[in-house]
Write a protein that binds this ligand. Sequence first.
Ligand code: FES
Length: 923
Amino acid sequence: MRIDGIAAAAEPRPGQCLRTYLREQGATAVKKGCDAGDCGACTVLLDGAPVQSCLVPAHRTVDSEVVTAAGLGRFGPGGDPSADVDHLHPVQQAFVEAAGFQCGFCTAGMVCTIAGSGVGEVSTGSTRESTGAGDELKGNLCRCTGYRSIRDALAGRVNTEVAEPGQAFGRAVVAPAAARVVSGREAYTLDEPAPPGLLHVAVLGSPHPHARITRIDTTAARGAPGVHLVLTHHDVPDTLYSTARHENRLDDPDDTRILDPVLRFVGQRVAVAVAETPRQARAALALVDVEYETLPAVFDPEAARQPGAPLVHPGKTPGEHRVAEASRNVVAQLHEEYAEPGHDGVAAALAASAATVQGTWTTDRVNHVALETHGARAWLAPGPHGDVLHVRTSTQVPFLVRAELARLLDLPEQRVRVVAGRVGGGFGGKQELLVEDVVALATLRTGRPVQWELTREQQFTIVPCRHPMRIGVRAGADADGQLTALAIDVLADTGAYGNHAPGVMFHGVHESMAVYRAPNKRVDAESVYTNNVPSGAFRGYGLGQVQFAIEGAIDELAAQLGIDPVEMRRRNVIRPGDAFVVGRPVDGDLEYGSYGLDQCLDLVEGALSSGRGDSVPDGWAEGRGVALAMIATIPPRGHFTHAKVSVDADGDFVVDVGTAEFGNGTTTVHAQLAATELGVPVDRVRVRPSDTATAGYDTGAFGSAGSVVAGLAVARAASSLKLKLDQLSAGYLPHRNGSAGQIPSTQLVGVWAEATHDGSPRSVAFNVHGFRVAVHQGTGRVRILQSVHAADAGVVINPEQLRGQIDGGVGQALGSAMTERMVVRDGVVVTRTLRHYRVPQLSDVPVTEVLFADTVDRLGPRGAKSMSEAPYNPVAPALANAIADATGVRPCDLPIQRDRLWELLRAPITRPAAVAPTGRAGP
Ligand code: FES
């Protein structure tokens, strides 16, 4: 076999798939996304034809020519074999110029498919009836982009530009890693050569949703071939922690152990085997002899909080473990009611209102489906004060992982180094400590490098998902459409562990309630343990669920009063100067650094009235819907970054910053900010992110903080460095090969400056989404005719990247709005492959018209605000509102799958009921 023009060094092993073999041969441009032929990340050209290499037996390819993304420019169709190894194929060049990727984990496979199948210009029509690449690329999933920039790459559109020195801010500059990403050369977590002697982990999962281990014997497993270590709960520190990571570790309950004798969900770790190969580790697990005492289990969160329900964490306390009421399975709760002076509370206000609504909305479990699964590798290397434990991991929070590993393993933090390479997607799912503890402990016990890479099935069965919620809403308005009362009752299923349970619940009810003025407000919210797979952090952090319900209720009130839904919102949204009120006025550091919600509403209303988009097919019902959302630009209670900018040996600039790049675009944004402050071309700035040994402290890449917290620290550090350089010499020049007056670089090498930012005060950002849809009432089929999104992101740092974040957020939200649902029966996750869990393909996602409000934020870097999570939040309610407008039937349950809508169109009760004067539900 020849791989990218070079004869392979070894024969495949029996039974090995081509994907595994290629990576073992060093062809790390071939990614592992699912090992089931569903995602396309491993696509290569086999004798010129694109194949998903995980499906091909390697031994059948021994006489073949294999071309990966790394060799595409030279050996792909139309390639130039005499060119340099870095030569890009035209398809790859198109992806660079169109900014056709975000995390980029899908890109190497995507470009191989396109180059090998000859897909040319593709229709950019907004419906799933789009043809061409929609068919060719249905086997290549992208979770980040929403596919719009990929369509642009296919069409040869150039979305990027070159900025003049010092002018990078506000320009659509190319991501620094672009050429490496499209050619598969950028190193993701497990793409670097493994240290010699690498061992592998396999984990035995619980077969029971609730059980106690009464006996466990690992004698046979320990003696199995290749096995170096077997761990059970007898062998690990008995220290409670949470897999969730936050700046303050006390934000989450201490309810988890590395290995626990009590098993609370199907798949929870029972035993860990560490062996020379993954196969040997798995074989050893079959020899572990376990006896279980099964315990009563509870799967419904409402049942879980009733008297007599099985208790998931009995004995946990608010003080020691931060579990609110273990005797009711309640992890976190909030019960508050507020009435402005002169008002008498929600019940009285509803009784006196001209229009009222009461209804219940539900959202389902959603999986992040980051294309790179969780994985980590640990090893020991000498340091100045003894061996240092190195952990390279797929994380959004390297510093927080280091801190908790040090605590769990009783090591000083200086003896632990955590590094994230480029991370292949996160969406909140990698704000957890899920694999690092096992590889770290195994390395400490064996002295050998150890690796654990989760399978796609494990991503579905043991990795935390989005919190499913049930949200009751009661709302009232007077005849002018002014809200008189707004009350919500939220029940979140946090599953077997409380990681992120308090944060998601509090955040979910916070900005969703605060964005509306109402003189009477009430919040009841509880997050509840069950014996289901744990829930965790996911884009929007609870807001999308609660906003889905509130925005539906606002539309119902508008319909009762005969007021246009956009106008209804204009009359009721908060304005600068208003207090932020949830269940009471909120103290804190949230401010109106800028305000563009009014503009966003105008922009979406104008676009929906413009006549743009597709026309409605004959016989289908047409409807339009809007929804809005507010989000704080930074997580509360401190989010810290230290940034350092220095001059390197070439006279260029290096930014050391701890935040991770996982497709959020922070390396590009940080380079732009530094280059602008320094007055140099952006390609003279190199960002070194996410290494606890080289960068100063950073809380992490979550809560959309990368641009506004780390970004502000980078800008301040670069500005300080510029001052220093100016003082050292008036002659430092913005160009490498400057003329007279340039100081020899040796005089400047090593000059540096640093800055910090504590993430306070925080601003607010806004998003409004609008849809026009057509609904076929005979089948329940929904066709999106027009999709428009307005974002108030302050001054836009990189228009193409920001648009990409919005496209991606909309695409991901459409998945959870229309098709995505983790089916769980009696605690067993049924949907455990991408084939059964339906994430949007290219042809499923419409092109969204993206518009920006014209605002300047006084708190963000150069007026910018964050915008990574927020676009997700208004999408599902806008879609539901459009369907309700078209059909007169309100979908209150996500996802709005076609069969569910078909049934709903035939149900006798089709809308949330008005509230009777007693406060009870009306007819
Ligand atoms: Fe496609 Fe991240 S860019 S999966």
